[in-house]
Design a protein around this ligand. Structure first.
Ligand code: NAG
Ligand code: NAG
Length: 176
């Protein structure tokens, strides 16, 4: 595995001068090949729009910045659900929405745990915690939809969150 990691790092370094611009494209392309669920365009757009990811110079740096970006999105969606709860418009799914709020905190915890593992280059353990975080948007949707077959008011947000988490998850998976 060490050899593989070195090889990935080395081939990324070979890009030399255009390194910074192509790191995102290259990483997203390779990750999308390895993890077909990852949307290449979403990956590139999301990382290019994130100031920290945009200036990352290593694959590991990109994993760390995209993890923080996914955490920010989880907290953003949590805030949206809390607003919905205040509005009382969705009282029939209030309990499910409250569960979702907790799930987003769990996702934040799992992403933080993954962050620590990536920093200590334990990509296998990081993968386990990325995978746990990856289940959160779907678990929230499932709970809401099981109840009264009601359409979820946060489907779009959960979908974006899923994709945001899938980026560091797929990038990290390349290093296993
Ligand atoms: C997300 O997790 C970090 C680290 O555990 C914590 O410092 C931060 O407060 C959490 N964010 C929220 C909004 O709970
Ligand atoms: C991280 O993953 C480990 C191993 O699967 C698990 O035991 C632990 O509960 C996870 N922690 C979080 C916060 O997801």
């Amino acid at each position: 595995m060490k050899f593989l990691v070195s090889l990935v790092m080395f081939s990324l370094l070979l890009n030399g001068f255009t390194f910074a611009q192509t790191l995102i494209q290259d990483s997203c392309k390779k990750a999308a090949v390895k993890v077909p669920d990852l949307d290449y365009n979403f990956c590139v757009d999301s990382l290019t729009q994130d100031p920290q990811s945009k200036t990352a110079t290593t694959l590991e740096g990109l994993i760390l910045s995209s993890t923080k970006n996914a955490e920010a999105k989880a907290m953003n969606v949590k805030g949206i659900v809390e607003q919905i709860l205040k509005g009382k418009k969705y009282e029939s799914i209030e309990a499910e929405l409250r569960d979702c709020v907790e799930f987003y905190d769990d996702a934040n915890d799992s992403l933080n745990t993954a962050l620590a593992s990536v920093r200590s280059q334990d990509y296998i353990t990081a993968n386990e915690n990325f995978s746990i975080a990856l289940d959160v948007p779907g678990n929230c949707e499932e709970e809401i939809k099981e109840r009264n077959k009601q359409h979820s008011p946060v489907s779009d947000e959960n979908n974006i969150l899923l994709q945001k988490i899938s980026i560091p998850c797929a990038l990290n998976y390349m290093l296993i």
